[in-house]
Design a binder for this molecule. Structure first.
Ligand code: GDP
Length: 203
């Protein structure tokens, strides 16, 4: 059993960046998608959870922001870093250009669930709700309310309560902060359990 605090994901690396479904890695093993509004703290969350500083920075390099970045964390265990949504600028076409890509991701047998990254100061916005609708059951959703260090105790308790009320049984939610180290371990444990979930794994 895995018992230390050191991330078992320390060997994590960028497997590939896909611009088209044909470039996705083989649909075997397990993968968890990370999604959220631009600037919500997705890259920081991926880096903190995997304890791989700089791992998700790759997805920010010019030309890669519209791609699906697959990070391999273990044998046939992957994080899929989806493009951030909610840019203030950019045409509707541009914003939705990656929609076919994520639609192609949804039916993959490997896909165990979605980590939805939400800035705790903003709470769930339209794009986040659209994403929750997109991720139809049985796809699981877990919400990280990031930058919790920016809120005081009662504010963070309030946003957590409100978020849980909105999503009901459809998703779970937790507070998260990289500098405050809030919920990082909790998120890592959940990610590990989803990646270890072999219920739907091919023989
Ligand atoms: P992404 O666009 O969703 O990948 O967001 P980033 O991970 O690049 O983070 C956007 C900004 O928020 C950066 O300036 C980060 O340093 C900051 N940030 C991310 N997570 C936290 C956090 O937990 N607390 C605070 N205070 N800032 C954070």
């Amino acid at each position: 059993m895995y018992t230390t605090n050191v991330s078992r994901f320390s060997q994590g690396h960028l497997l590939l960046s896909a611009a088209a479904p044909a470039q996705f890695p083989a649909d075997m093993g397990a993968e968890v998608a990370f999604v959220g509004r631009s600037n919500a703290g997705k890259s920081s969350a991926i880096n903190a959870i995997t304890q791989r500083t700089g791992l998700a920075r790759t997805s920010k390099t010019p030309g890669r922001t519209r791609l699906l970045n697959f990070f391999e964390l273990g044998t046939h265990q992957r994080i899929v870093d989806l493009p951030g949504y909610g840019y203030a600028k950019g045409s509707e076409d541009e914003r939705m250009s990656w929609r076919p890509l994520i639609d192609a991701l949804k039916p993959r047998v490997s896909l165990r669930g979605v980590f939805l990254i939400v800035d705790s100061r903003r709470g769930l916005l339209d794009g986040d709700r659209a994403l929750i609708d997109w991720a139809e059951p049985p796809l699981r959703i877990h919400i990280l309310l990031t930058k919790a260090d920016k809120l005081n105790r009662s504010e963070s308790a309030k946003v957590l309560r409100e978020t849980r009320t909105i999503v009901g049984d459809r998703a779970t939610a937790q507070l998260f902060s990289v500098p405050g180290k809030t919920g990082v371990e909790e998120a890592r444990k959940l990610l590990e359990s989803w990646l270890d979930d072999r219920v739907f794994a091919p023989q």
